[in-house]
Design a protein around this ligand. Sequence first.
Ligand code: C2E
Ligand code: MG
Ligand code: MG
Length: 639
Amino acid sequence: MNAPQGAWRLTLGYMLAAALWVLFSDGLLIALGLSLAQLERAQLLKGLGFVLLTAGLLYAVLRTHWQQHSQAHQALQRNEKRLRQAAAVFDATQEGVLVTDAQQHIVHCNPAFSRITGYSQAEILGQSPSMLKSGRHDKSFYDSLWSALQNRGAWSGEVWNRRKSGEIYPQWQCIRVIHDELGEISHYVAVFSDISALKRSQRELDYLAHHDPLSNLPNRLLFTERVERALERAKNDEQGGAVLLIDLDHFKNINESLGHNIGDLLLKDVGERLGQQLGKRMTLARLGGDEFGLLDESCSSAEQAAVIAQRLQACLTQAFSINQQELFITASIGISLYPSEAGDVGQVLRNADSALFKAKNSGRESYAFYSQELTEHAHQRVELASALRHALDHQELRVYYQPLICLRSQEMIGVEALVRWQHPQRGLVAPGEFIPIAEETGLIGAIDAWVLEQSCRQMVAWQIAGSKLRFVAVNVSSRLFSRGELDLRVAEVLRDSGLAPAHLELEVTESAVMENPDAALALLERLRALGIRLAIDDFGTGYSSLARLKRLPVHKLKLDQSFVSGLPHDQDDVAITRAVIALGHSMGLKVLAEGIEQPEQVELLQQLGCDHAQGYYFGRPQPAEQLATHLALSAATTN
Ligand code: C2E
Ligand code: MG
Ligand code: MG
C-alpha cells in the first residue's frame, strides 16, 4: 500500500467512526436512563472527549509526518553531499572514465579520459567507443569481452586502443554494466588506466634480466632459452644446428696484470668483433666471465661448424687497441651439434662444455667437437678445403671424359666431363669426396668454370682432329646454378673457346632445379636461348613436380644410376625405368640411362626404348688422350 492510499483509508475510517459516534452516542446516553441534568453533563463530557480524541489523533498524525519529512530531508542532504564527492572523484581521478548508454553512445567522460585519449568531451559525446579501437584485437577478443559483460556484468583486462594522435597504447580497463530499477541495462561504465609506461618499464626490466650489461649481448638465461627453442624447432623441421662455447685463452693474465677495467673493455671489444661475424639465425651471448656462446640454428654439418669456429678465431687475431695499448687474445672453442648429439638443452651445453675442455687441453686457440670422430672428421675436411684451394691454383685438377652412347646405333655421340683431383700424396681423388667441400666453401664456382673451359677447349680440339663427337656434357653444381649469372659465364667460355653452342650440354641436378623452380626456369630459358643443350641429371632422386617439369626447356633426362643398377631383375627398378622413359618421351625429351655395367641392362633398355646410355660397360671416365684412341676407332667405324 502506498502513502496516499493509506491516508485515504485512515481518513475514511475516522469519518465512519466519527459519524457513527455522532449518530449513536446520544441514543446510548438516553438508553442509560439519565436525568436531564445528568444527560446534559454527559453530552458535554462526550463532546469534550471527542475533541480530545480528535486532537490526540491529529497530533499523532502530524508528528509522524514531520518526523518522516525531516528524515527525508536529511537523506537528501546526505545524498547530495555524496554525489558532490563522487563528481569530485570522477573529475580528479587519474583513471579515464567513460559512460555510454545502453545503445553504446558515449554520454559522459571525465578529464582524465580526455588527457589520455586526446579527445575532448565535446568531440566524443554521442559517438561509439569503437572509434577508440586500435585494430590490434580480433573479433574473438571482442566476442569474449561481450560475453563476460552479458554473463557476469563486468569485464576487465588489457586492451590496446588508439589515441586521437593515432598512437596506439595499452590500457588496463574495467567495464561494468549498470541496470535501472526495472533490471534493464541502462549504462556501461568503463574505467581505464594507461599502462604504456608500465609496459615500457617491464620491457626494460625484461631486457636487463636477459642481457649482459657490459657487452649488451644476451646473457646465459636468454641464451639457454634460445637453445631450448632451437631444439624444439629442430624436432619439428629436422634442421640441426650447433652450439659453440668460446672461451678466451689466458684472459686471467690480462685481468691480473692490467686490471679489471682493461679486462672489461677488452671483453666488450671481443663481444663486438664476434658479433660482426654473425649470420642469419645466429645468437651470440656472453655467458659470464670470458666465456661467450654462439648458437647457429642453420648449421647442418660439422664442417660448417668448424668453418664458423675458425672464422671466430680468425676475427680475434688482430690486436685490440685498449687505452692506447695493443692487446692480443686467442680463443678456444667447444662445439656441440644438435639434435644428433644431445636431447635437451642441458645436455647440449654440457657437451659443448666438455668439448671446450678438450679444446683447451689440446693447446690453446683450437676448437673441438664433443665427439672425437667429429673433431677429426671436421679437421680433415677443413684441411681438405684448404688443400683444394691449393689444388686449383697448382693445376692438380683433371678432367676425365666418359663416353655417352646412342643405344640404337651403339655409336658414341658425346662425352661427359667429370672432374678428378690428382692429389700429390693420395693419388686420384673422386669428385664425391671433394665436390661437397667445394660447394660449402664456395670453391665450386671456380672448379666448375675451370671444367667448363677445359671441356669446351677439348671439344674444339677433337673437332679439329676430325672427330664426329656431337657434344660434351658438363656438370653444373646446384650452388652455381642457383646464382643467376651462369648464362653470362657460359656465353663467355663459348666465345673464348670458339665452340659452337650446339656442341655443349649442361647437366643440372633435379634437386637444383626443384629448389627454386621459378628462378631455375628463367635461368634455363636464358641458357637455352644461347643455343646450348640442357639435361636433368640424376633424375628420379629429387622430387620433381610434373607440372613444373613440363615447363622446363630441357632436352634430356638422365635416369639416375640407382635405378639402373637393379636392372634387369628388380621389378621396381624395371617399372621406374619404364615410367621415366615414357614420361620423357611424352614430353619430347631424350632419356639417358646412367651406370650401365652389364650387357643384359643394355638389352632391356633397348627394349624399353631408352635413347642413350652411359656406364662402365661402354667406357669408364678417362683422360682426353686415352679417349682419343676410342674416338679415332669410333670415327673410323662410323665413317
Ligand atoms: P654424375 O654427373 O651423375 O656423373 C656420373 C657418375 O657416375 C660419375 O661419377 C661416373 O664415374 C659414375 N659412373 C659412370 N658409369 C658408371 C657405372 O657403370 N657404374 C658406376 N658405379 N658408376 C658409374 P664421378 O665421376 O665420381 O662423379 C660423381 C658426381 O660428381 C657426378 O655425378 C657429378 O654430380 C659430380 N661431378 C663430377 N664432376 C663434376 C664437375 O666438374 N662439376 C660438378 N659440379 N660436379 C661434378
Ligand atoms: Mg652428370
Ligand atoms: Mg648423374
